[in-house]
Design a protein around this ligand. Structure first.
Ligand code: FES
Length: 299
């Protein structure tokens, strides 16, 4: 999963009021409105739902598919959904069905339409990334535990790597749309997806756009200027480990959206366990967002 609303109130301390740009500046608590909730998360409606794909847009190496979900619960920033194509969802001569794939909700529009950012890296994501208007998907979600509001009046900084920008888009919407956002990509082609967020600072490995180097170099500068921040990050493990280390050095809290292989998405298969200081947790129910201080390292 390279895996965000109206829903459950976060159990985290701090502000619970956010500007929702879809509401044109009207403040509301995006984590506490419609939908069933429990334990600081929005709960999925029972069973997977067949929903129409209503749009497909390409951003360099990535694709955004839009799914109409006007009746579904509005996910919290950082929650995810399990997606499967209704047609041609299988491989091999016997077309053995693929498992559903887990994706962070990248954005929720006023009419309930959900956007998902995809990178085609295998048979399942290849199939999902070719879906367009007229196709249907099976969707189970929203699932997992997302981001909590910033605590103690801290200034949020969003840090994303590659397709990991997805949950930061809906989080930036929830935070008001002007939150400082730092994004890292391989090159300018991949960096086309940066347009999904408002006014991000961009770093690329090859220097073809923005800062030539790592996105964590941009973060280090920010933390050196203002330690009264809270970092929200999603990206590849090496980037998240660098974020965790930097934030620990500066005494800054960080919430990390982790990735793991997910077969079920709701706690039944134990395929998504990750090690924390307190023992193993299932990322699909205890995450995908974990506090950085829970982790010895990100692997
Ligand atoms: Fe099955 Fe987490 S994906 S337990």
């Amino acid at each position: 999963m390279s895996a965000a609303r109206n829903g459950a109130r976060s159990g985290a301390a701090g502000s619970d009021s956010y500007v929702d740009p879809d509401n044109r500046g009207q403040r509301r608590n995006v984590w506490a409105a419609a939908g069933d909730s429990a334990g600081g998360r929005t709960l999925a409606s029972f069973g997977r739902r067949r929903l129409p794909v209503v749009g497909r847009r390409e951003y360099g190496a990535y694709v955004v598919i839009s799914v109409a979900d006007s009746e579904g619960p509005a996910p919290d920033p950082g929650q995810f959904a399990m997606l499967a194509a209704v047609e041609r969802w299988g491989g091999g001569t016997d077309e053995r069905p693929f498992l559903p794939r887990a994706f962070s909700v990248a954005r929720r529009h006023d009419d309930g339409t959900l956007d998902f950012l995809l990178e085609a890296v295998g048979p399942g994501t290849d199939r999902l990334a070719e879906l367009d208007g007229g196709d249907d998907v099976w969707l189970l979600g929203p699932l997992g535990r997302g981001f909590r509001p910033p605590r103690d009046g801290r200034r949020p900084i969003l840090v994303g790597g590659g397709v990991g920008l997805a949950p930061l888009a809906i989080l930036q919407d929830a935070l008001g749309g002007s939150t400082l956002t730092l994004l890292g990509f391989r090159d300018a082609v991949h960096a086309e997806a940066a347009t999904l967020l408002n006014d991000p600072r961009v770093a690329t490995d090859d220097g073809s756009r923005g800062h030539h180097g790592l996105v964590t170099e941009l973060l280090a500068r920010e933390l050196g200027c203002d330690p009264r921040t809270e970092v929200y990050a999603c990206g590849p493990p090496a980037m998240l480990e660098a974020v965790r280390t930097l934030c620990a050095e500066h005494g800054v809290p960080a919430q990390l959206a982790l990735e793991s292989g997910m077969a079920c998405g709701y706690g039944a298969c134990f395929g998504c366990v990750v090690a924390t200081k307190a023992g193993y947790v299932r990322l699909c129910v205890d995450g995908p967002v974990l506090e950085a201080v829970q982790l010895e390292s990100v692997e």
